[in-house]
Design a protein around this ligand. Structure first.
Ligand code: ATP
Ligand code: MG
Length: 400
């Protein structure tokens, strides 16, 4: 007997009614994609669970990967046995005694999807609990707040015993909510926004604006590294790197200084929207947080957002910087984001940007410039790199 399975529980997927199968299939594929380097494993799905048959592969490494797969509520290492009360008792005793159980309280919680099984859940709890108590000395049952919860799942084809739950990443499987373009700067907020969008099932492509020679290769490396961290939570990410120098220089020259920031943001958004259109995305995601800086007042957002009717996802909108930083640390983007390289906006940033810009005014200032042509050129000269496990070194080298 051994712990040879991982039992995966769903969160919100369970509420998806007729769409449930699509969500489960996607979750299965996402798990498969994260575990391609474990050739021995097999993944099986049922209506309410996914099982990974380990076939000797290392469960600790696999568990570490599973904690980053959205759509999983929790998972546990499991012992599989036939659905027979004596076999279940023996398997539960084995599963329990494999743990560091000394001095710990326990209870048994049975769940039965096989309604023809001759014992109900109370009877299973009692029988399995007594069996463990008889065979292990000095154990105490605590039905309200046990340190170890021996869970027994009786299904028609087999039963599974688990003793420890690992909390999953929650959310919805990436790819079940459509595709959004993530405007990814090198700062703290946008990677966190990307992570939170992915948590709700969004597949991302990233768009980064860079302005050589004002920004250098290291700032590009930052967004490559940030995108790579994000791919740990989902599939490979196409990173679009947009040359933005020309547009920034034109704005600098022709738009009054206190409106240059708003105009810059509007152009970024127009370009992102054009890339989105070509890539058939349905939304744009940013790291904006209300009131954080001049470009993120409600008046600024109103003037910036006017260039598109595409839905905007702003997962950080109501978060304080400290809350954003907590997530950045948790997902390991913090250390990359705080590397001290200039971003294209920092360099051109005016001393006193308008915090209450007027849409009509920015439109008027922009009306003297043929931005369509500039935008087309920027989009045409955009480089695309695939970031993730299938990225070859030479592809990345070509970037720099
Ligand atoms: P971040 O920490 O994400 O850079 P921020 O607090 O610095 O955010 P801003 O610089 O005002 O805020 O940027 C607001 C949002 O605009 C960013 O969260 C990001 O989504 C987008 N953005 C800003 N600069 C760039 C850039 N160079 N390339 C792509 N997107 C950008
Ligand atoms: Mg920034």
């Amino acid at each position: 007997m051994q712990y040879d399975h991982i039992l995966i529980r769903f969160g919100e997927i369970s509420t998806k009614g007729r769409n449930r199968k699509r969500f489960i299939d996607k979750l299965k594929r996402n798990i498969q994609n994260k575990l391609t380097d474990y050739p021995q494993i097999k993944i099986e799905t049922t209506r309410d669970r996914i099982f990974i048959v380990l076939n000797g592969e290392n469960h600790e490494e696999i568990s570490a990967r599973l904690t980053k797969v959205f759509g999983i509520h929790s998972f546990s290492l499991a012992v599989k046995t036939e659905s027979d009360i004596d076999a279940i008792k023996a398997a539960a005793l084995f599963a329990f005694t494999e743990l560091d159980y000394e001095g710990k309280t326990f209870k048994v919680s049975a769940r039965r999807s096989d309604k023809l099984f001759p014992f109900d859940t109370n009877q299973i709890n009692y029988q399995v609990g007594s069996h463990i108590l008889t065979n292990v000395d000095e154990l105490v049952v605590d039905v309200h707040n046990p340190m170890i919860n021996v869970r027994v799942e009786v299904r028609k084809e087999a039963s599974y015993i688990t003793c420890k739950d690992i909390i999953g990443a929650g959310g919805l499987p990436v790819g079940t909510s459509g595709k959004s373009m993530l405007m990814l700067s090198g700062g703290l907020d946008s990677p966190v926004a990307g992570y939170l969008a992915m948590k709700r099932g969004v597949e991302l492509e990233a768009v980064h604006f860079y302005s050589p020679p004002y920004t250098n290769e290291r700032s590009k490396q930052k967004v490559v590294d940030l995108s790579e961290v994000l791919t740990q939570f989902g599939p490979d990410i196409n990173l679009h790197i947009v040359p933005f120098t020309e547009i920034q220089e034109v704005i600098q020259k022709q738009v009054p200084e206190n409106y240059s920031l708003i105009s810059t943001r509007r152009m970024m958004l127009r370009i992102t929207d054009e890339i989105r259109n070509r890539r058939t995305g349905l939304a744009i995601t940013t790291g904006e947080s209300l009131g954080q800086v001049a470009s993120q007042t409600m008046e600024s957002m109103y003037a910036i957002n006017d260039v598109t009717s595409t839905p905007m996802l702003r997962p950080c909108i109501s978060m304080d910087k400290t809350e954003i930083i907590d997530i950045a640390r948790k997902i390991d983007t913090y250390d990359i984001s705080i590397r001290p390289y200039e971003d294209c906006c920092t360099i051109f940033s005016p001393a006193a940007p308008k915090t209450r810009p007027k849409r009509e005014k920015v439109e008027y200032y922009e009306s003297f410039i043929d931005f369509n042509e500039l935008i087309n050129r920027a989009v045409e000269n955009t480089e695309v790199v695939k970031i993730g496990k299938s990225t070859s070194k030479s592809e990345l080298e070509e970037l720099f």
